[in-house]
Ligand binder design. Structure first.
Ligand code: PXL
Length: 277
């Protein structure tokens, strides 16, 4: 198979097992040449740590992108996660327009919210900017909270299939391409993922582990992109990423000192096997 070069744009949380420190090893394990564009450098992630430092790298992005363009560098996919500012979203859109090879994929994890709330760094203006990125992407990977912010549908803790279909209808009407909607569970002890393109929808249900863990959205999206870029369908990639993410929580859940992320490294060999490598 062709050696694929992909670009992932998200922050470096130096400690905390999320964003680039998760995406880079997982995509490398999937056999991708993984290029990175850090959106910001934080001492830790913002979900549970206090007093973290942040250096925003927005102003570095245009120069980096211009250099790549001059060198004739192109990517088979651009995959974005947690971004630092609305200005960055504009730069990311321009990178997607100029640095993807023909047929290259725009994959957006609109990492901005969970459990009904925006992450501390974000506001309504950021949500509006994220809509312009998400609705021009080929594939988006929102959780239910993010899908609500993207559509204006009210967030609900408990819901049925009709509610989820409304959410997916609204995303499709807004111009979403393929939607991988995560964290969709209809029964106790179960959660799952819906892969939707227009009115075509498939659901994969899997075990829900009681302990929620930080960073699993990034593990999931990175594993999904790794599988997809290995030629698997969106549905099979969504399924594989779910199975891998469950394993990362399983190997972490009994360690109370490891509250800030998942020990995804411990099960990377399983991920590689799941990919048939
Ligand atoms: O996992 C998403 C994420 C990524 N990066 C930073 C975060 C978070 C979630 O809170 O704070 C800096």
């Amino acid at each position: 198979m062709q050696y694929k070069k992909i670009l992932t744009i998200q922050d470096i949380s130096c400690v905390g097992q999320c964003s680039l420190t998760v995406a880079l090893p997982i995509l490398s394990a999937a056999g991708m040449e993984t290029c990175i564009l850090p959106s910001a450098v934080l001492s830790t992630h913002t979900a549970g740590f206090t007093g973290f430092t942040v250096r925003d790298l927005t102003d570095d992005i245009p120069g980096i992108a211009a250099h790549w363009k001059k060198e004739g560098i192109g990517f088979e996919a651009v995959y974005t996660g947690y971004l630092g500012s609305t200005q960055q979203i504009e730069y990311v859109k321009s990178i997607m327009e100029t640095l993807l090879v023909p047929g290259g994929l725009k994959i957006v994890d609109p990492a901005m919210a969970d459990n009904g709330k925006l992450y501390p760094a974000f506001d309504a203006e950021y949500v509006e900017a994220m809509k312009t990125l998400a609705f021009t992407a080929d594939i988006i990977l929102p959780n239910i909270t993010e899908a609500c912010f993207l559509t204006g549908v009210e967030y609900r803790e408990s819901y049925d299939e009709k509610y989820i279909n409304t959410l997916l209808d609204r995303l499709a009407e807004s111009g979403a391409g393929t939607v991988v909607l995560t964290g969709v569970g209809y029964r106790d002890g179960k959660t799952g993922v819906v892969v939707a393109k227009g009115s075509d929808r498939s659901y994969y249900e899997h075990k829900k582990i009681a302990k929620g863990c930080h960073g699993t959205g990034d593990v999931y999206a990175s594993a999904f992109v790794g599988a997809l870029m290995n030629g698997m369908s969106a549905y099979d990639s969504a399924k594989l990423a779910a199975d891998y993410t469950v394993r990362t929580i399983e190997v972490t859940q009994d360690d109370p000192t490891h509250w800030y992320g998942v020990k995804f490294e411990a099960v990377l060999p399983e991920f590689i096997r799941m990919l048939g490598k």
